[in-house]
Ligand binder design. Structure first.
Ligand code: CAA
Length: 379
């Protein structure tokens, strides 16, 4: 057991930390105006973060999951919206194309995604298929050389700004989850429209939309994997995605903690800094312990994936715990700031709002418990 990061991992963490400082100045305004950080997404592409785990031969940075987690953590410490844009793109779109796509699909779609020239989105959720992901109502009717796609997808991260979409849809209802496919769909396809942007509580500068498909023709060669592979593809994709959300939640918790710690040393009450009061010290101590524990779970999940071992349980454990730590300690960070925590200039109220989604997307905390329990009982 060795707890020190390699020199390469430290370099990636430091590069992400340096980049994240650039996100700080406009973060409050982007949040207020729900403004997508186009220029920073472009910069993340230039830095290699938009294809961080993809082999260099396909335009990526060729790094591992731990590198990905370290970069996401640093970015989420400052701006969780930028982190989820990067996370959904890498975990939910690029990973699956790289793992299961054909050479043609990789050349056509993976390369521009990995260089950051194009943005990806993953569409599984529907108005009536969130936690119950196999209950797909979007249909991909087999028409010989193409599929005819009809239906609606909901809550799609990068939904408005993506260029390339992975759409999960039911081809054969008789076969249940074994009749589901995953299709690569390009923005601009006839019959594909993007619904209005959601007005969200948090991660407001990332864009979330519904997607509507009306007789969209998708060529057969855009299906990933064998006929009926779509549901397992989605489950496998989400396993990796959950490590990304754990890293995002870790960054949110750590970022709020950094702010609360610094504030506690400068703010004075009863003639001394509030960090001299035991009531605040207890909060800081709990934050230090619980955030470090969440970090270890998250890094371990990344490590297990990088070893090529099964990681569904580790990913769910990291996401469950880290998102709960993020929610709990962003509330505490606001509490330490008192009234100042309740206004926008001090950033912590944004962290508190951003934390909530990490307990919901890519599987609620209840779904993570279900996944963990199934794995325990299967063993
Ligand atoms: N890896 C590989 N295969 C898996 C798998 C995994 N992790 N999990 C399930 N499967 C396979 C099973 O082995 C099974 O295959 P067989 O029939 O061949 O044996 C098949 O998939 C069906 O499995 P289950 O019977 O376990 O499926 P279920 O319907 O009971 O659902 C669930 C299980 C865990 C609840 C699943 O539906 C789930 O994860 N739900 C939550 C979905 C979710 O996270 N949604 C978030 C949307 S994406 C998002 O949020 C993106 C964003 O914006 C950022």
């Amino acid at each position: 057991m060795y707890f020190e990061l390699s020199e390469e991992h430290k370099m990636i963490r430091d590069a992400a930390r340096e980049f994240a400082q650039e996100l700080k100045a406009g973060a409050i305004q982007r949040d207020e105006e729900a403004k997508f950080p186009f220029e920073f997404v472009k910069k993340m592409g230039e830095l290699g973060f938009m294809g961080i785990m993809i082999p260099q031969g396909y335009g990526g940075a060729g790094l591992d999951t731990l590198a990905y987690v370290l970069a996401l953590e640093e970015i989420a410490k400052i701006d969780a919206s930028a982190a989820v844009i990067m996370s959904a793109h890498n975990s939910l779109v690029l990973w699956g194309i790289n793992e299961y796509g054909t050479e043609e699909q990789k050349q056509k779609y993976l390369v521009p995604l990995a260089t950051g020239e194009k943005l990806g989105a993953f569409a599984l959720s529907e108005p009536e298929a969130g936690s119950d992901a196999s209950s797909q109502h979007t249909t991909a009717e087999d028409k010989g050389d193409h599929y005819l796609l009809n239906g609606t997808k909901n809550w799609i991260t990068n939904g408005g700004n993506a260029d390339i979409y992975l759409i999960i849809a039911q081809t054969d209802v008789e076969k249940g989850h074994k009749g589901i496919n995953v299709l690569i769909v390009e923005k601009g396809s006839t019959g594909f429209t993007i619904g209005p942007k959601e007005n969200k509580l948090g991660i407001r500068s990332s864009d979330t939309h519904s997607l509507l498909f009306s007789d969209v023709k998708v060529p057969k060669e855009n299906r990933i994997g064998e006929d009926g592979f779509g549901f397992r593809f989605a489950m496998k994709t989400l396993d990796g995605g959950r490590i990304g959300i754990a890293a995002q939640a870790l960054g949110i918790a750590a970022g709020a903690y950094d702010l609360a710690l610094a504030y506690s040393k400068t703010r004075k009450t009863f003639g001394k800094p509030i960090s001299d009061h035991q009531a605040i010290q207890f909060k800081l101590a709990d934050m230090e312990v619980e955030i470090e524990a969440a970090r270890l779970l998250t890094y371990k999940a990344a490590w297990v994936k990088d070893q090529g071992l099964p990681y569904s349980k580790e990913a769910a454990m990291a996401k469950l715990h880290t998102s709960e730590v993020a929610m709990k300690h962003t509330i505490e960070a606001v509490q330490i700031h008192g009234g100042y925590g309740y206004v926008k200039e001090y950033h912590v109220e944004r962290f508190m709002r951003d934390a909530k989604i990490t307990q919901i997307y890519e599987g609620t905390s209840e779904i993570q418990r279900l996944v963990i329990a199934r794995e325990i009982l299967r063993a």
